[in-house]
Design a binder for this molecule. Structure first.
Ligand code: NDP
Length: 311
């Protein structure tokens, strides 16, 4: 019998998607057309294709205009930039996302910088990064927050009565997950440690954490005895490993079977952070639509648990 409470990311994401669908209806009523999301993918990578299909399907299901651009892997950087430029100038499109990772002939930084900041619903553009950096404690960013850390923040706000003063350790410092996660936790008044591959004594650093976020990209890297008793563990990692009989299996960056014995609450993989990432992409697109059309901004948040915050 697992000791930790399981954080159901699927159920939480359904709640946020419901809020985005309500926002889409209001946006349609108020400006005459729904929020529009354009998703671009290069190449045939099966897992990336599956993510993109989920994003476009969920966007359509929430009442958004949802457009998917499937480009060949050989697409040149200038062809991709031309498409982004066109979408930047398309009024019905509020949000543009390009599925990473990109083939070697295309510079990721050039692509991210080409997306108009007001349509950058992934929150990767330097302008949106800067807005997150500039947000004061307790304030929301005036830009777009990257979807995965935003989803983590929503889950934490529901689990904890108050994040202020908690020891938070984030393992991984990518621009997509780790760095913005650390900034969000800092704005929640946590005491934040951002760990990476040069961090010394990582296990004992992790053991300090009331909130432990793993975004490393290594299967079951964070062991159970790195987890403080009662900590909240958010496992961002998605790793495909070989399973039994030639099958493959998804596992996180945390050794779940071990960590579940010590954590107070933990996200599973799959069914934890992944669904929240997609829901937050839709939420950012609804925000983009409202900002671009000067409509009242919707608020997205998870309702508290019926039995109150966990700690
Ligand atoms: P990156 O590869 O960009 O970053 C990995 C980070 O982990 C780096 O900062 C790296 O440190 C650090 N790291 C690597 N090895 C170690 C080590 N031995 N000790 C400590 N730190 C280490 O990955 P992402 O941030 O893009 O993704 C992380 C994971 O999250 C992946 O599994 C990815 O698939 C998943 N992911 C899941 C999402 C979701 O929706 N659930 C969304 C995005 C990502 P350094 O900087 O020093 O190299």
């Amino acid at each position: 019998m697992p000791k930790a409470r399981l954080i159901d990311g699927k159920l939480a994401a359904e709640e946020i998607r419901g809020q985005t669908a309500a926002a889409a209806q209001r946006i349609l009523a108020e400006r005459g057309f729904p929020p529009g999301l354009a998703v671009i993918i290069l190449g045939e990578h099966a897992a990336s294709r599956a993510y993109v299909r989920t994003k476009t399907r969920m966007a359509a299901a929430a009442g958004f205009l949802s457009r998917q651009f499937d480009l060949p892997r050989e697409t040149s950087e200038s062809e991709l930039l031309a498409l982004i430029d066109k979408l930047n100038r398309t009024p019905e499109i509020d949000g543009i996302m390009v599925q990473l990772h990109l083939p070697p002939q295309v510079r990721t930084a050039a692509v991210i910088e080409a997306i108009a900041p007001e349509k950058d619903v992934d929150g990767f553009h330097a302008v949106n990064g800067g807005r997150l950096l500039a947000a004061s404690p307790g304030q929301q960013s005036a830009g777009f927050v990257p979807c995965t850390p935003w989803g983590c923040q929503m889950l934490l706000r529901r689990e904890l009565r108050n994040l202020a003063g908690r020891e938070a350790v984030v393992v991984g410092r990518s621009n997509i997950v780790g760095k913005p996660m650390a900034l969000l936790l800092l704005n929640e008044n946590c005491t934040v440690t951002l760990a990476h591959s040069h961090t010394r004594e990582l296990a004992s650093v992790c053991r300090r954490a009331d909130i432990l976020v793993a975004a490393v990209g290594r299967p079951e890297f964070v062991r159970g005895d790195w987890v403080k008793q009662g900590a909240i563990v958010l496992d961002v990692g998605i790793n495909r490993i070989a399973g039994e009989g030639g099958t493959s299996q998804l596992v996180g960056d945390v050794a779940f079977a071990e960590a579940v014995e010590r954590a107070g609450a933990i996200t599973p993989v799959p069914g934890g952070i992944g669904p929240m990432t997609v829901a937050c992409l839709l939420a950012n697109t609804a925000l983009a639509a409202c900002r671009r059309s000067s409509l009242e901004l919707p608020a997205f948040a998870l309702a508290p648990h019926a039995d109150g915050p966990w700690a």
